[in-house]
Ligand binder design. Sequence first.
Ligand code: 1HN
Length: 372
Amino acid sequence: MTLDHVGTDADLAELYRDLAAVDLSPLWTITEQLLTPTPKPRAVPWLWSAATMKPLARRAIQLVPVERGGERRVLSLQNPGLGGSPYAAGTLWGALQCLGPREVAPAHRHSPGAIRFVLEGDGVFTTVDGDACDMHPGDLVLTPSMNWHDHVNSGDGEMFWFDGLDLPMVQALDSIFFEPYPGPGESQPEPAEHNVSERLYAGGTRYTDRAVADVLSPQHSKLMIYRWADTVAELDRLTAASDDAVVSVEYTDPESGASVMPTMACAAYRVRAGSHSLPVRRTGNSVHVVFSGHGSSVIDGRRFDWGPGDMFVVPSWAASEHFVDTAHFIDDRPEHAEVFVVSDAPVLRALGLYREETLVAPQPITDIFSPR
Ligand code: 1HN
């Protein structure tokens, strides 16, 4: 039997009105925007430079005491593609946090998990469920889901670090919980001994040179701090063992070998001076934080030039490649670049959505990004 599709444009318009009035949506009008051939994240490739962020953070230290700033002095990376949401990408929060001399950011806990990557300064310890972790430049500190955490600056200088959280993902899953510490505005008692998790767990294997750990675990690492000297030793080992333009290590849970948290993977990569990697695209978002050196990344055809303290976002399925020239010297040798990166890769992995593709040739550069 065939149907005669009879009816005027007015009839059709009336059907659409009547559907909308009772909260129904006809798939045939939206299929193409729902099912794109490849991921179309709303977040765009973007970069925030240290030169822009740091003076503003310093002004905030002067003007906004931590208590006035909702307990944390944090400048979030607000991706311009996300329509005003304070997120670096659809699934990840990224931010610059700072504490002035002797300041304390009081304890609380929440279901989103967080990682801290220290950029500059000394004297802060973050207490994670009772364990005070001393933070130094290049260290990674974990504050996993529902662990109490506060930050104490016991020194006389300012301190800056990067915060990465799975907040947008936990929000998308409608599972946000938040609790202030009993005794609001207070921090956890300072234990006599610091860095206990390090003493207990840092003996195990804490790094893998696989691009994405293939072990999955619903638990977070019990090691709460990973030292930069150890990360560099791993990068040195890999640099000596290959000629690859980029060598990278993922920080892992020494007990399981999985990513440091069930929702986020942390890695560090070194781009060798005078080399250029092939473009790669992966499902999942990542936020990159330059620790040392100067280089460039081409992300979906746009070139981003970066140096220490700069942060940039590679949205899902964007092609990205990195290069470092030989124009910067350290100790009379061309300087490599070292970059920290946090991603949502374990979630993509766990759900069977992880994909990765290496392109065969460098991308044509169509545009050069200039930070505002
Ligand atoms: C948070 O608890 C911290 O504890 C930093 O330092 C950034 C961003 C959103 C929600 C909670 C912190 C945060 C955060």
